[in-house]
Design a protein around this ligand. Sequence first.
Ligand SMILES: Cc1cc2nc3c(=O)[nH]c(=O)nc-3n(C[C@H](O)[C@H](O)[C@H](O)COP(=O)(O)OP(=O)(O)OC[C@H]3O[C@@H](n4cnc5c(N)ncnc54)[C@H](O)[C@@H]3O)c2cc1C
Length: 412
Amino acid sequence: MTDLGEGPDIDVAVIGGGPSGLAAATELKRRGIARVVVLEREPVAGGIPRHCGHPPFGWREFRRILTGPQYARKLVSAALKAGVEIRTDTSVAGIKPGPCLTLATPEGVRDITASRVIYATGVRETPRAARLVSGVRARGILNTGALQSLVYLEGRRPFLRPLIVGTELVSFSAIQTCRHAGIRPVAMIGEGATTVARWPAGLFPKLTGIPLHLQTRLVRINGGETVTSATVEGPDGQRDIPCDGVLLTGAFTPESGLGRSGHLQMDRGTGGPVVDQFGRCSDPRYYAAGNLLRPVETAGWSWQEGRETGLRVARDLVGTQPPAQRQIHVVTQEPLIRLVMPQRISLPLSPRGMEALQVRFTAPARGFIEVYADGALAWSKPVDVRPERRFLIPLAGLTESHTNVLELRFTK
Ligand SMILES: Cc1cc2nc3c(=O)[nH]c(=O)nc-3n(C[C@H](O)[C@H](O)[C@H](O)COP(=O)(O)OP(=O)(O)OC[C@H]3O[C@@H](n4cnc5c(N)ncnc54)[C@H](O)[C@@H]3O)c2cc1C
């Protein structure tokens, strides 16, 4: 058990009670860390799965196929059983060195200090304003997350005949949500030549009788108080699709406002904090875990990442995780490479760090991915990648003690 005497208020503050935050907190308690508190802004912890009314969740964690809400409840009860304190209705409004967190609660605003912080606030879909879609500000223009909350948590139907914009995995789970609520989408559109989600997801609209229009973008939303149609532009020019709502799906972005307005170094590619292979941020008393690190992985992956981060923080608190003496910077100038995480490798290498660089592409691509260590080719592999598919580059062998920079390149 840690003994922090008159020091910080708590040992570890976890910001965000989704799969990654709850897994990290549960692991910390299992490792004997005394005061572990999850800070969750919603009235109930569990994160995004709370409103994903469909399976499959939970195989990796519980060896059972669960719906999202069942899975979220199991994560919360595992955390409580392990002795984690979960404070709901508690938004973290600011982060500072210390670490010191400013909390907004129903009782008011106050600061707490912690020995370590795990930042695990997840992702959200890009809202309409950031997509620069012109037209009316009518009811019935939603993201999947909002639709799932209305349908599964409130039993409401915000529209009956929406247009679905996007072809990511989440766009297909939006179809499932619509079907569950008796909503019949009029069509699904996507800008690419193929769906972003891999086969067989692309067959799903056909199987459910929903027309799929590829190479088609949303130009304008029409109507008054409610949506009456959407203007789209495809290979044959512009046309109006009558609909009573528009569902803007995917285009995930990390929920990283706290980091951007705080003191942590942020990464343009991932949109999340810069981390090393232990999930350690530029302020080494802050760690990050889950989908905040990069959009977007499944709940199971985020849970696993949270659990490993919990273990690393526990090791850090008891002094068995060595501090970084030197860091290798991981960089790329390649426009086809959207992100790489972690962005730093801390030396000396010690066990229990991430074993691979996670890479995502901006578009489907075939060629070679290459890693240069201080300008010399150190690793290369042929790839056939899609934007929704993670690509892993094993770190073993790339982190010689003299290396300063690892650079990722792509050649055809
Ligand atoms: C609309 C949508 C649908 C998805 N559907 C699926 C799916 O079907 N299957 C799947 O595997 N994955 C799905 N995902 C991916 C999802 O991100 C992961 O399943 C998983 O929830 C990631 O866990 P996490 O802990 O990283 O983040 P989250 O689950 O997002 O949890 C983050 C938590 O942090 C809280 N929080 C955020 N900011 C603050 C703050 N300032 N203070 C306090 N608390 C805060 C949030 O309220 C939330 O509870 C979906 C994502 C979205 C956005």
